[in-house]
Design a protein around this ligand. Structure first.
Ligand SMILES: C[S@@+](CC[C@H](N)C(=O)[O-])C[C@H]1O[C@@H](n2cnc3c(N)ncnc32)[C@H](O)[C@@H]1O
Length: 540
């Protein structure tokens, strides 16, 4: 069972495989291929469909082909097909790794319909060599996927190379395909390759033992064509669902398709406004300290004392974006976290430490016993226990992985962070404006830019990579500084965030933005709707 799970083996029920195959297989002579056929759900559907279209039973085994890496699943597929159609030869079922199969056969074999449900395996847990094979094979098909792409993307891209020009591709993909950034190059390639590309999210759970929500990818014809994304909801007649799909959107701006139509122009124009500047024009961004083992290097104060770790090497540090409750982080906040027993002391032993602190020596010995010195980040530094790139404590901290709203807080000058929070250093003229910059960042335009730049993780959280963070669009501090009583507004925003009154905080930040820029309240409310539509879509 475990081995099957490691291969992403969730077999497709006939209720899903049948309509997809019916859509993809259109004539009695069609050839059909499933690149990860498992126990043969799609191949069985295809056999039934071809026979109903009047295919000749004798020719069926030449029309249907499948590959799977799992020998046992494949023999079940063969058994199932033979029990339904005794006397047929099923010579076109191959046990192989699809990517190796593709290296041999791309350009030599094509099919009228390529159907299936590829393995959904995330990047973690797949070896570097495995990922390289997948990305290189996809690249041979003219698509350069990013390293964070889940396995289904490379699978689908490669499977595409087996569709004959004018043929159909029908694949089950995870629902996250509609949101995650790594899908963009795939959609752009499909849009070039096919006349019509439909990505439709389905309601409900389709796979026993897997909570994953799915979407259907249906491509046909000769491109370049159009891309349509939508929430189909219930599975019905696929021709009708495809017909009912909304207007096409170019792949390059597919995230925008999730923004209500009436908000798009205001959103696009405002983001280009000269009142906004990229973060990089006013601050430098560094990731937080990479410890190599958070629980070892980050401790609650009480625990550090118990262990007898030297106070001078225990720096105040945060490791959770949710600890930034307001738009400021103060000494009182730290004291409260301390009192609550939260781990917020970073053990920062200097590289020239030669031993002699009894408590510390015992803690380091326990770390070695637990094998922490062999963890990836620890073994690549010398000595393994001295964390690197401490840097001075930053002006602002920005959460790396966030759910409902970004986390940006000022006043953190005495606080370090681990790599769950980026460290921001404002350029000299703006250092004294950190609290204002952070409070104003909760305005709709900045929050929308975060939604557009962030990468949506499978659970719907937004990852803000350091490179993307530099492009977040902020209201220029100079404009903010000119607003009468801006500091009072910033404090009110901070308080509202801390009280969990997010909507009040956002309304005040929008008002601050309006006074700083002269934007119309109507446009700001469109921007807010746009930002919330993106947020709700990823969290749904
Ligand atoms: C989600 S299941 C779907 C199986 C089948 N298409 C269905 O819909 O019932 C994914 C299948 O991919 C197979 N698989 C995983 N990695 C593979 C690879 N590199 N090459 C070929 N098949 C693979 C697994 O053995 C599993 O049968």
């Amino acid at each position: 069972m475990e081995a099957a799970r490691a291969l992403g083996a969730y077999y497709t029920p006939a209720e899903l495989a049948d309509p997809m195959t019916r859509w993809a297989v259109r004539g009695p002579g069609d050839s059909v291929f499933d690149p990860s056929c498992g126990e043969g759900s799609f191949l069985a559907s295809a056999t039934g469909r071809l026979l109903s279209l009047g295919a000749e039973p004798r020719r069926l085994s030449d029309q249907i082909a499948g590959v799977d890496v799992n020998a046992r699943a494949l023999s079940r597929a063969r058994g199932a097909l033979l029990s339904r159609h005794p006397g047929l030869r099923w010579g076109r079922l191959a046990q192989d790794d699809f990517f190796l199969f593709a290296r041999e056969n791309l350009g030599k074999l094509t099919f009228d319909a390529v159907v299936g449900n590829p393995p959904f395996l995330r990047t973690q847990g797949r070896s570097v060599a495995r990922k390289r094979l997948e990305l290189e094979t996809a690249a041979r098909g003219g698509i350069s996927l990013t390293a964070d792409a889940s396995s289904w993307a490379a699978f689908t891209a490669t499977a595409c190379g087996f569709v004959r020009p004018g043929g159909r591709l029908a694949m089950v993909v995870p629902r996250e395909a509609l949101f995650v950034n790594y899908t963009k190059p795939l959609l752009a390639m499909l849009e070039r390759r096919f006349a019509s590309v439909n990505l439709m999210a389905l309601e409900g759970s389709w796979f026993e033992g897997a909570l994953v929500k799915v979407a259907l990818l249906l491509c046909e014809g000769v491109g370049p064509g159009v891309l349509r994304l939508h929430e189909a909801g219930r599975l019905g007649n696929l021709e009708e669902l495809v017909e009912a799909a909304p207007a096409a959107v170019p792949a390059a701006s597919w995230v925008w398709s999730r923004i209500p139509g009436e908000c798009r122009t205001a959103a696009a124009e405002t983001l280009e406004s000269p009142h906004l500047a990229p973060l990089t024009s006013m601050a430098s961004v560094f990731i937080g300290v990479v410890t190599g083992e958070k629980d070892f290097f980050l401790l609650p104060t009480g625990r550090a004392r118990e262990l007898g770790l030297p106070e001078r090497w225990l720096l105040p540090a945060l490791a959770r974006p949710s600890h930034l409750e307001g738009s400021t982080f103060t000494a009182t906040d730290l004291a409260l976290l301390d009192r609550a027993g939260e781990a917020c002391r970073l053990l920062a032993v200097p590289t020239d430490y030669a031993g002699g602190e009894a408590g510390l020596d015992a803690w380091l010995a326990s770390g070695r016993e637990r094998g922490i010195d062999r963890n990836y980040k620890c073994r690549t530094r010398s000595p393994w226990y001295s964390v690197r790139r401490l840097l001075p404590a930053p002006d602002l901290l920005l959460g790396y992985l966030v759910k409902r709203r970004p986390r940006l807080a000022a006043g953190a000058r005495a606080i370090h962070s681990t790599n769950n929070l980026h460290r921001l250093y404002l350029s000299e003229p703006w250092r004294s404006s950190a609290a204002l910059v952070a409070a104003a960042a909760y305005n709709a335009a900045t929050m929308l830019s975060v939604e557009l730049l962030g990468r949506v993780s499978a659970g719907g959280a937004l990852k803000i990579e350091p490179g993307d963070a530099t492009r977040v669009r902020l209201i220029h501090p100079e404009l903010l500084g000119r607003v009468p009583r801006a500091a009072t507004a910033a404090r009110a925003i901070d308080r509202a965030l801390r009280d969990g009154r997010d909507d009040d905080a956002f309304a005040m930040a929008d008002d601050l933005a309006r006074r700083a820029t002269g934007w119309k309240a109507r446009d700001l409310s469109r921007l807010r709707r746009a930002q919330q539509a993106l947020r709700d879509a990823r969290l749904r």
